[in-house]
Design a protein around this ligand. Structure first.
Ligand SMILES: [Zn+2]
Length: 956
């Protein structure tokens, strides 16, 4: 047994090893007792369960979690979690746990027949989804309106069907084979191919070597019907299932409903199969998995140090929370060091990361992961350097200043969670409940967690954190797994097992010096600028905001809201953007946002700034689109003034950071160099170029373009974009109060340099190909796949809210048709769809319907034909029932959006900067739509005769 294993075993059994922590722990417990908080329960170390959740178990073995929650209002989530997955499959069922997940939507006791299946029913109600992995299968219905009792009852019936009411008819099984096969094709990228080839190597002697969830296509294409039904009968049992219902519901009613629905369900007999876990054996010698694939874009190395998991039974103990906290601190600090090191020009890696998690998804083994992305040709050196950085922390520990920053970050996240405790989204509670069922993860209330962590965090010294890493990294090669995936290229030399192991050994024997934490101890702004004034104010009745005009001519729009308790959004926009720059600045504009993000502010370089802002919940960024310039940011209530300081600096003092700029160039170089090895990138670049009439503004950004970048010029463009603050309109939305924000506005925004009266404007530069543009081309690829994208567009229709809504509805209707005809009937695709939108760029409008599908090459003609035919049919007739469904969904979503800061942020922005009102009349316009108005819209759209059809098929 290596030292690694001891971390979990020793600690959770509360024996030696973590002496210091154990002492602190005893101290902590005393404190907890003394403080008499509700953290204490009968057993001293046990974590309290959130009392707001009603948890129960029926005689048949079914578990349920019910929780009332009002965020969002009048909505609820309905989940069922099954404690079984791919690991429960026999070899002749390889892939059928996931196949069964699909079948759950294809006919059940109460939802059967054409047009009356679960997804048909949910089309107008909520969102449904599901996933399968090694050990669990979870079905999801989200955002269901709770205003109708009938809808709630129907969702409960769906849960019941998912529990034990699936029909699994021969016909439906056969139809789904193609869909699953296409899902397999879609996921079959370079990484997946290599992982698959290495499974036996990575999981020697384990059942995990035989399963990959998507399964064997031979099984999927050919399995006898009964084999699937066998899996279903054996595993989908109430004792393996939990229902989770969270939302604006009556808990008593739901509980009674569950009892009624499941009253006749028998408990599984004594000979019911036991859900087994499958161990991942330890390895005495290092396992090294080296592989290559010609579509792999970048090489990477992952070192995994396997160790035992913390058993489910021990997760309701306070020690589990402490261990997680300590690991979290360790990886946060180590990752910060990796980032800092990566800025060093001599550093052989572009990026490195450390984290502790399950070993490649297995739930019986965890691993400490160290991954590095090397610079080209430096795989061994990067491995060595990454390992050295980890060993530096293991040998000398982290410094007090690093730990203080990490603690501040942790506490500020926790505080925010606590402040927002009345606005926790249904999904977040739902997830907490089913994780409790599946893994026994803690189910504490936010209050309890906050109180507990407030005691734990300040009482665990850095010396205790420093004991974590030495136990996770072994230097004896035991339980070490090394994965190295490479891009396959002619003439390339690949690492060897010996080479990689030598790099690791070299790190272990290297002379390592302690880390020095360089921190800049100065205020962000040394001398405050001269204050300006608010000179005029008015109120916009339409959208409910206050418009402040400042002495320097800037406009600031304020909309305080109580949608969230600790969330403030800021956006400043002006017209202009890259439309004002010519071809020689094209590359500079393309990378503008990234370069500014990699720079510093106010004399702080990028890393100094990050350290100075540690523990603050604040961010800012500057970007440009074709026709607009943006400065966007957000903060919590406490750090609002810091946000204002950052705004001021973004306008006046972006600091050049040559070192970090060069590290960005390295990232660009490596990510662009091999971009075209991925066929999807080739398709998307080609599509974008064609769709914009081969205009130079939309040509693909390639590795050659890096040579045309000029950091000084980019900074100069940045200065030009912010030269006149008066050209910007600022918005603040969220949980601020006006009295607090006004002096900040006068101090930091009214003081910005501005030229009154001279505003920036955009140039009209959009370029779309008129008429029919049809491009079918072939491309070499490893897994044969066709990509289709067809857009019908019109540049003469004006942008209006009405056109935008009609486009949206038509897109949804076509999506449903393509889904039914191409996916469900033909089994030709996994992901097929359509969407519609209308937009402005500068003064030019663009309204379009786009259809897309990646699919099996044999089905190319079928899909292209169906898409073109259905678009034409939509000009004649629209299914009235489907239209009503999608109107309902749009109205429901809109109702939710009205209570979200992000919605108002974009609505007010579009209104103030473009004069578009996307709010007034929205509901009436949606309600007014009929099959005739949508068909008329489709006809008008098509009357322009513009189409771009791009199809990429595999080359022979
Ligand atoms: Zn699937």
């Amino acid at each position: 047994m290596s030292r690694i294993i001891k971390l979990s075993i020793n600690y959770t059994t509360k024996t030696v090893r973590f002496m210091k922590v154990k002492k602190i722990f005893a101290m902590l417990l005393l404190m907890i007792v003394a403080l008499g908080t509700n953290v204490m329960t009968a057993q001293q170390m046990e974590l309290p369960i959130d009392e707001a959740v009603r948890i129960g178990k029926l005689d048949c073995g079914l578990t349920y979690y019910i929780r009332q929650n009002n965020y969002p209002e009048q909505r609820a989530n309905f989940y069922i979690a099954q404690r079984v997955g791919a690991m429960q499959e026999e070899d002749n069922q390889n892939g059928l746990a996931h196949f069964l997940e699909h079948m759950a939507f294809n006919g059940s006791e109460h939802f059967n027949g054409e047009g009356h299946r679960i997804d048909d029913y949910l089309d107008s109600k909520g969102y449904n989804n599901a996933y399968t992995n090694f050990t669990e299968t979870v079905y999801i219905i989200e955002d269901v309106p709770t205003t109708s009792q009938g809808t709630i009852d129907s969702c409960m019936l769906i849960l019941k069907d998912w529990s034990h009411g699936l029909l699994l008819t021969d016909d439906e099984i056969d139809k789904e084979r193609g869909v699953i096969h296409e899902e397999w094709r879609l996921g079959r990228d370079a990484g997946e191919r290599m992982r698959n080839r290495q499974l036996e190597n990575l999981f020697p002697g384990s059942k995990y070597a035989k399963r990959d969830v998507i399964g064997s296509m031979d099984v999927v294409d050919n399995f006898p019907y009964q084999v699937l039904r066998d899996y279903y009968d054996k595993w989908y049992r109430p004792d393996n299932q939990a229902l989770v219902i969270v939302g604006d519901i009556d808990v008593d009613y739901i509980e009674a409903k569950i009892k009624e629905l499941f009253k006749d369900v028998p408990a599984p007999g004594p000979d019911a199969a036991v859900v087994e876990t499958y161990p991942v054996p330890d390895n005495d010698e290092p396992i090294v998995a080296i592989d290559k694939d010609i579509e792999q874009q970048i090489s990477y190395v992952g070192l995994m140090f396997k160790h035992d998991i913390i058993e489910k039974e021990q997760k309701n103990d306070i020690s589990y929370v402490v261990i997680n906290y300590m690991k979290n601190m360790m990886s946060t600090m180590l990752n910060q060091r990796f980032d800092e090191k990566a800025q060093d020009p001599d550093c052989p890696y572009i990026q490195a990361r450390a984290y502790d998690t399950s070993y490649l998804g297995a739930n019986t083994k965890d691993a400490f992961n160290l991954t590095v992305i090397p610079k080209e040709g430096m795989i061994e050196a990067a491995t060595q350097e990454g390992m050295i950085e980890a060993l530096r922390a293991a040998q000398y520990g982290f410094t007090a200043t690093e730990y203080a920053r990490a603690q501040e970050e942790y506490m500020s996240r926790l505080e925010r969670q606590y402040n927002e405790r009345d606005k926790v989204h249904n999904s977040s509670y739902t997830q907490q409940c089913y994780r409790h069922f599946l893994d026994n993860e803690p189910l504490m209330s936010i209050e309890d967690n906050y109180e507990l962590m407030k005691m734990i965090v300040p009482n665990i010294p850095v010396e205790a954190i420093n004991q974590v890493l030495p136990q996770l990294i072994s230097t004896d090669g035991k339980n070490l797994v090394v994965v190295n995936f490479n891009q396959e290229k002619e003439g390339a030399v690949y690492p060897t097992k010996e080479g990689l192991m030598a790099a690791i050994t070299a790190a272990e024997t290297a002379e390592i010096t302690p880390y020095v934490d360089n921190v800049k101890q100065e205020p962000l702004i040394a001398n405050l600028p001269k204050k300006g004034k608010i000179v005029k104010e008015s109120y916009n009745e339409t959208l409910g905001y206050k418009d402040l005009e400042l002495s320097n001519g800037v406009h600031v729009l304020l909309k305080p809201t109580d949608f969230k308790q600790d969330e403030i959004y800021m956006m400043a926009q002006q017209r202009g953007g890259s439309s004002l720059y010519g071809e020689k600045d094209w590359a500079n504009c393309e990378v503008f946002e990234g370069v500014i993000e990699y720079s510093g502010l106010g004399g702080f370089n990028n890393m100094e700034l990050k350290k100075a802002l540690a523990g603050k919940r604040v961010n800012i960024s500057q970007s440009m689109q074709t026709d607009m310039d943006y400065i966007t940011g957000s903060s919590n209530v406490k750090d609002l003034e810091t946000l204002f300081q950052l705004i001021y600096l973004q306008f006046t003092d972006v600091t050049k950071d040559e070192k970090n700029y060069n590290s960005l160039l390295n990232i660009l170089d490596i990510s662009l160099k091999n971009k075209d090895l991925d066929p999807d990138n080739v398709f998307n670049d080609t599509l974008n170029y064609i769709s914009n009439n081969y205009n130079w503004r939309s040509k693909p950004f390639t590795v050659e373009d890096i040579q045309n970048l000029n950091y000084d010029r980019i900074l100069e463009i940045g200065k030009e974009r912010t030269a006149n603050a008066a050209s910007y309109i600022f918005e603040f939305i969220g949980s601020f109060d006006e009295a607090t924000i006004r002096p900040l506005i006068e101090q930091y925004i009214a003081s910005l340099p501005a030229k009154k009266g001279k505003k920036s404007n955009w140039a009209n530069v959009s370029d779309y190909p008129k008429g029919q543009t049809i491009k079918h081309f072939t491309h070499k690829m490893e897994t044969p796949k066709t990509n289709i994208n067809i857009s019908w567009f019109n540049t003469d229709m004006p942008y209006t809210l009405e056109n935008s809504i009609k486009a949206n509805l038509l897109g949804r209707i076509l999506r449903k048709i393509f889904y039914d005809k191409i996916r469900e009937d033909a089994g030709a695709a996994y992901s097929v769809g359509a969407y519609g939108f209308s937009m402005m760029e500068g003064d030019e409008s663009y309204t379009a319907i786009t259809a897309y599908a990646p699919l099996k090459p044999e089905f190319t003609d079928l899909a292209v034909r169906v898409m073109n035919e259905e678009m034409l049919k939509a000009c004649e007739t629209i299914d009235a029932a489907k239209l009503e469904d999608f109107k309902t969904v749009m109205l429901k979503d809109h109702e939710t959006q009205l209570k979200e800061n992000s919605y108002w942020y974009s609505v007010i922005g579009a209104y103030a900067n473009r004069g578009q009102d996307n709010f007034t009349g929205y509901e009436d316009i949606v309600k007014a739509q009929t099959p005739e108005t949508i068909s008329a819209f489709a006809r008008e759209l098509m009357s322009a005769g513009n189409k771009v059809e791009v199809v990429m098929t595999p080359a022979e």
